[in-house]
Design a protein around this ligand. Structure first.
Ligand SMILES: [Zn+2]
Length: 295
């Protein structure tokens, strides 16, 4: 064992993590990092328990201890909507600069009373990193309890990291060439495998809005080196659009760019939706990587 190297430890179990890229982060601008999903859960459990207890007290105060709209907590599209397209974002920063964010969205379903979906969370990049509490209520009073700290402008909040991709990281014209070449390779291969019953290629652009959430909160990520020696990452996430379930795929390439923090630069190259289970299995290729990656 040598002392002349970097040391990393899981915040929860304190086990050494040999490589920086194996650490999982749940928030930007913090060193709090973990060896795996289980340690993240275990670390936050006492905090989420406290928040649940506090919610219970507030529900008692406003006489909304049970509400039928709470069933929507299991509705992925509702939770996805509040996390990616909130009406309001609030941020409470304590005396030691720890931040808790609150995402709030009013949801109106036809024939049902409107309700508020609320998520208290840490932020990784611009999207929720770890959810500390999620709840749903018709009560404006209860909702107002979640307007914590200062309100953030929603559009500039999400703008924050989208501009990173293009120029600021020193992507050169030869990188752009590599990306273009990779794109045609991937498309050619994809066309061989796509089934006639699947979503046609000319409709792909209608699904562009799923790119950001797929990269921010993927269900699965696979990593592999292709025949040209490039490292590709495949991000996959399941969605539901107007009652139709589909998968969204984002295939990214890793660029070899020197950054001061030694982060990996991962750029989306080819994206597509699919309803085809066989195709889904085909893209389960390489080594599964878990946890959020810098992109
Ligand atoms: Zn751990």
């Amino acid at each position: 064992m040598s002392f002349i190297k970097d040391f990393y430890h899981c915040y929860h179990c304190k086990q050494e993590v040999s490589k920086l890229e194996d650490l999982l982060f749940v928030e930007a601008g913090s060193t709090r990092s973990f060896c795996g999903e289980k340690c993240i859960e275990d670390y936050f459990k006492p905090i989420t328990d406290q928040f649940e207890a506090r919610e219970k007290e507030l529900r008692k105060k406003y006489a909304v201890e049970t509400e039928s709209c709470l069933d929507f907590l299991n509705d992925i599209s509702v939770m996805e909507a509040v996390m990616t397209l909130p009406d309001e974002i609030w941020c409470l920063e304590n005396g030691i600069q720890e931040e808790i964010f609150s995402f709030i969205k009013k949801i109106e379903h036809e024939g049902a009373a409107p309700f508020y979906a609320i998520v208290l969370c840490t932020i990784f990049d611009t999207y929720p990193g770890f959810v500390l509490l999620s709840t749903i209520t018709e009560s404006k009073f209860l909702m107002e309890e979640f307007r914590i700290g200062e309100q953030r402008d929603v559009s500039s909040h999400f703008e924050d990291d989208t501009h990173l991709e293009d120029n600021e990281l020193g992507v050169t014209s030869s990188d752009v060439e590599t990306i273009e070449k990779k794109k045609s390779e991937l498309l050619a291969k994809h066309l061989e495998n796509i089934s006639i019953a699947d979503i046609p290629v000319e409709k792909y652009e209608l699904y562009d809005e799923y790119l950001a959430t797929t990269m921010q909160n993927p269900d699965e990520v696979y990593k592999k080196d292709d025949e040209q020696g490039d490292t590709l990452y495949t991000y996959i996430k399941a969605y539901d659009k107007e009652g139709v379930s589909f998968y969204y795929f984002v295939i990214c390439i890793r660029l070899d760019i020197d950054t001061s923090e030694g982060e990996e630069i991962i750029v989306p190259v080819f994206t597509f939706p699919s309803v085809d289970g066989d195709l889904y299995r085909l893209y389960h290729d390489g080594e599964q990587v878990s946890g959020p990656l810098k992109n």
